[in-house]
Structure formats: structure tokens, C-alpha cells
Design a protein around this ligand. Structure first.
Ligand SMILES: [Cu+2]
Length: 314
């Protein structure tokens, strides 16, 4: 789950990363899936993640440093992954027992009539303090519709991580159904450089600021985490395809896991990826092939507070 974190907000001047290309190390990745065709990156380290209904297939150990995740949703449901780094002193089994299970118990209580405020208090009592202070969300993919592939690039420190997806199936989190996996990030590093981006997104409380335009075809978007809410979920951004009849209120309702039918299929809109939260000062890259049409960037938690930005691709 995402952290209800009490953190100090640090204002950071964000640095523009200058991407370096390594001409002789370029790889062309062929993706057979849907509209995603040929993606060129300077990546030397591609980690493939396959999502099924309801498990992840990914290596148990990966290198640290800049890492590109190719996330293929072979399921029917919307899936994603959040990559939480857990403290060295906490075993993965404890994270499952003391964090994931209580989230399901609290949601079961919401279904039985408990208010969101009381459910929040329950979470605070049931979940150990280390979760709120020492677990760091180190990115992950935005929500992605069944049958689609998405790609992100993040810089990872060595440690123990939990890959998890908390979309629901008939009121049960995918984590509860098995979409949760331990991944060790090794001391050995990738030597990879961050990718070159053609657009920036800056996330603050509570705005999505864009610099540059997304265009039809391949885009690599640098998402800068400039602020984290002092209390509450972190900032993230998801890409959605808008139809003529898309009801944004329904989308905002659906994105709140505390709503009984939140994160529960069917989704009211098509999800095309994005990035999950990271600590302030980090940058995460999102690579997407996009067709002309109407779209929006939206935050999982703060769409109603203004973190929603519609745009058109010509
Ligand atoms: Cu899932």
C-alpha cells in the first residue's frame, strides 16, 4: 500500500538531468504488444516484469542504479506496481503480515460500514510505526489496462524491496491475492545513464506542471517529485485516455482505494501508465507511445484538489 506518511516537506530546486547517450550501447527493444512498437533507449539494464491475474513474474535479484522496467500486463484487469523499499531490519514476511493483511482487514471494515476517518485511525493503530517512517516508495508504474505494456526508468539504491499491486478484485486487494513480491536490489550497479526526455512534469502540492509538449509517437517524460504532502499519500501521476463521455468525478472516485468501488473493475476510463511516488528530489522517467486523441494527467489521490490536467495530442 501507499504510505500515509508524516514527512517534512523540503523545497528543492530541481536539476535538469543531462542525458548522455552511449552510441555503441544503444538497444532497440521490440515490443509486440498493441500500439507499442519500437522503443529506442540507451538502456543497458532492462528488467522485464510480467503481470498476470494475480501475480508478478520478475527476477528475484536486480542491479542497483538506473533501471528500466518494462511492465507487460498480460492480465485482464488493470495492474501496476509500486516499489517499496523496506528497512534492512524488517523481513519481507513481516511486511506482508503487518502491513498488507491489516490493509485488507481495514478495507473489509469499510465495506461493513466503517467511515473513512475511522478506517484511517484503524490503520494507524494496526500498522507498525516503521511502515510510516522507514518504508520508502521508490516509484513504480502508473495503472495500465489489461493487455498493454508500459515502461518506466528509476534510480534504485541497494536494499530489499516489495513489488505490489493493490487494485481490487471483488473487494480483495491484488496484494491479498498474490500480487506482491520481494525483490533484492544488489550492490552491483547497472552503469546506466538516465534516458533523454522530451518533456518534464513537476509534481508539487497540489499541481501537475508540464514543460514541453507530448507528441504523437514515442515520448519519454521526466517526472520530478518536488514536494510530498506533509500528511497523506505521496504525489504520483497517471495517464488516462478520455472518451466523449468520460465522467471525471467517476474517475476521481475510482482512484480512491477507501471507496467501496474504488480500484475495483471495471475502471471508468482507460489507464495508460504513469509513475508512482518517490521521495522529494527524485526524478522518474515514463516512456509512452501515444496516438492522437484526448488525454489527461491525473493524481491518484489529489485529482479533486487540482492535480488533473487535460490535453490533446494532434
Ligand atoms: Cu493488480
Amino acid at each position: 500500500m501507499k504510505i500515509i506518511k508524516l514527512s517534512t516537506i523540503a523545497m528543492i530546486i530541481f536539476a535538469v538531468f543531462i542525458s548522455c547517450k552511449s552510441d555503441n550501447k544503444k538497444q532497440v527493444l521490440e515490443q509486440s504488444d498493441d500500439e507499442t512498437t519500437s522503443v529506442k533507449t540507451n538502456a543497458e539494464n532492462i528488467v522485464k516484469v510480467i503481470a498476470k491475474d494475480f501475480k508478478f513474474q520478475v527476477d528475484d535479484e536486480i542491479k542497483s542504479g538506473w533501471t528500466t522496467f518494462q511492465f507487460e500486463n498480460k492480465g485482464h484487469a488493470v495492474h501496476f506496481f509500486l516499489f517499496n523499499r523496506i528497512p534492512d531490519t524488517i523481513p519481507y514476511s513481516a511486511y506482508h503480515e503487518k502491513v498488507s493483511i491489516p490493509f485488507q482487514i481495514v478495507f473489509d471494515s469499510i465495506k461493513a460500514g466503517t467511515s473513512k476517518a475511522d478506517a484511517g485511525a484503524m490503520l494507524g493503530e494496526m500498522i507498525p510505526a516503521w511502515y510510516f517512517t522507514d518504508v520508502k516508495s521508490m516509484g513504480g508504474t502508473g495503472f495500465i489496462a489489461g493487455g498493454k505494456t508500459t515502461q518506466i526508468t528509476v534510480n534504485l539504491e541497494p536494499g530489499t524491496y516489495v513489488m505490489e499491486c493493490y487494485i481490487k478484485e471483488k473487494g480483495v486487494f491484488h496484494t491479498t491475492l498474490g500480487m506482491m513480491k520481494e525483490v533484492k536490489v544488489l550492490e552491483e550497479t547497472t552503469q546506466m545513464k538516465p534516458p533523454k526526455s522530451n518533456m518534464n512534469i513537476i509534481l508539487t502540492n497540489h499541481q501537475i506542471v508540464t514543460e514541453g509538449d507530448i507528441k504523437a509517437g514515442k515520448n519519454t517524460i521526466a517526472v520530478h517529485f518536488n514536494e510530498h504532502p506533509e500528511i497523506g499519500l505521496g504525489n504520483d501521476v497517471h495517464l488516462i485516455k478520455l472518451g466523449d463521455d468520460t465522467d471525471m468525478d467517476k474517475v476521481i472516485y475510482w482512484l480512491d482505494w477507501m471507496n467501496v468501488n474504488g480500484l475495483e473493475p471495471p475502471s471508468p476510463v482507460e489507464f495508460l501508465g504513469g509513475v508512482q511516488e518517490m521521495p522529494v528530489g527524485n526524478t522518474e522517467y515514463f516512456t509512452v507511445n501515444i496516438e492522437p486523441g484526448n488525454y489527461a494527467w491525473i493524481s491518484e489521490s489529489y485529482g479533486a484538489m487540482g492535480m488533473l490536467k487535460k490535453f490533446t495530442v494532434d
